[in-house]
Design a protein around this ligand. Structure first.
Ligand SMILES: C[S@@+](CC[C@H](N)C(=O)[O-])C[C@H]1O[C@@H](n2cnc3c(N)ncnc32)[C@H](O)[C@@H]1O
Length: 193
């Protein structure tokens, strides 16, 4: 293992984490968080496409990859995308593709390039939540499910209120990622009406 990096194991997968890459601060609870998101895939679809938006080092997409034909991950930090590509390789995952850049710029390009119609979209944005353009793209794409992972209940409530026009909020599961603090992480599954 190369020095200068952190390596971690979550579930069946191994991850390399570079200094500039985001990584959840509580690995024990992270596994619970990701398994909750994966449970919300339901029957999934071996012929379906999924997106992992704000993918960091590719963790959620890698966890989800066995339930879909292909997963696309987008993340703004270049080093995190280098990690994500490396992580796919060391976990022998061949049906995932990662892109570096801003979700609102890269997502429309991928949709056009590959003419994809994703059935499931995972979003795990920073505390400021989803920007308006990304919400509009989700409303146009109309995936069957949006699985929203949030570390900020305020922006989460704002965003799902906008998505509620087209989606039923089926379940919201808080996960205690930050014990002994007032902070809470939530995973929600939104099902198209
Ligand atoms: C809460 S973290 C989640 C990362 C990953 N899903 C995980 O569980 O480790 C949010 C990620 O979004 C990235 N990010 C922030 N703004 C972005 C944008 N406009 N487009 C793409 N990625 C962005 C951050 O660099 C960070 O890696």
């Amino acid at each position: 293992m190369e020095s200068g990096y952190i390596y971690d194991i979550l579930g069946d997968y191994k991850f390399k984490i570079s200094p500039l890459s985001f990584y959840q601060v509580n690995p024990a609870q992270t596994e619970i968080l990701y398994n909750t998101a994966i449970k919300y895939i339901g029957d999934g679809g071996k012929n379906d496409i999924a997106l992992d938006l704000y993918c960091g080092i590719g963790t959620i997409g890698i966890f989800a990859s066995k339930y879909f034909k292909k997963v696309y991950g987008i993340e703004i930090v270049n080093q995190a995308i280098e990690d994500a590509k490396y992580n796919a390789k060391i976990n022998n995952i061949n049906n995932i593709e990662f892109f570096a850049g801003d979700v609102e710029e890269i997502l429309p390009k991928i949709i056009e390039r590959d003419s994809i119609k994703p059935s499931t979209i995972f979003v795990d944005p920073p505390r400021k939540g989803l920007d308006k353009k990304t919400i509009r793209i989700l409303q146009e794409l109309k995936p069957s499910k949006v699985i929203y992972i949030s570390c900020n209940p305020a922006t989460f409530a704002r965003d799902i209120a906008l998505l509620e026009e087209n989606y039923n909020i089926e379940e919201i599961q808080p996960v205690d990622m930050f014990p002994y603090t007032s902070h809470v992480e939530c995973v929600a599954v939104l099902q198209i009406k």
